[in-house]
Design a protein around this ligand. Sequence first.
Ligand SMILES: [Zn+2]
Length: 308
Amino acid sequence: MSEYFHSTYQTTIAGKVSCSGVGLHSGKMVNMKLYPTEADTGIQFIRLDVEEEKSVIPAHYTNVSGTMLGTTIANEHGVSVSTVEHLMAALWGMGVDNVIIALDGGEVPIMDGSSEPFVFLIECAGIRKLEARRDIIEILKPVTVKEGRSASTIRPFDGFSLNLTIDYPDTGIPRQQAVYDFGSRSFKNALCRARTFGFASDVEKLQAQGLARGGSLDNAIVISDKRVLNAGGLRYNDEFVRHKALDCVGDFFLSGLRIRGSVSTTRPGHGINNKLLHALFANSKAWRIASSSVVSQDTPFVPAHQAA
Ligand SMILES: [Zn+2]
């Protein structure tokens, strides 16, 4: 567990760090630098390849402009950054509240399709506690949203937990259900290495349309004829549901603060994750801003398990 995950005080990274990699959408190399910043800044992206006055994109759910093949955020000038969720998940899991992320392109590098390279980057930078107290979002009443065959409910809980079910009939991905309680187990151990996944048939279609140009076996689990094509196989036997959990924590951190509550979700995705935040914040009786304090009891980690 990162010692800063349950911090009562806000944090930032202790030093500047950088990495480079291809963007999933463009296939082009992107250079990314993370900078320490002051309390109450939150997570902010800056595009170095556009005019300075149009370059800042706060990582906030109200700025989500696209949810296909990842979460894209955009500012009022239409300047966007795609695939923010795996980096957001790493910042959440490592207990980082404030950071400036500078990019010379429109995407966060996809790296290996997981959050592990970003966790490594944050560990290289180190974390610094700031003097300001950390606020959190406390859930007061359940809120449910539905979208097609997907459904998600957020409800009050003393801590943060996720209960997910994924279901991709006739694809080779087994129906998987898992509960992650972050009271005592860490994002780093349970989720950060889980990679994104896709179907070879979809990849071909997308690339024919000029999309997912950077997608490859180096940054995704690729499934064809109900089989995993990657030579090394899976990193966890339930890597699919773990990656969906990783996506959820990244998307929910776009609330701007850490959430005290639990989320149950069936067939989650970036679209319904964003819809849940919109529905939650539209109902002023369902949440409040509260001061962070150490979770009252360290609830045991419930291991992931596979359903039939
Ligand atoms: Zn993902």
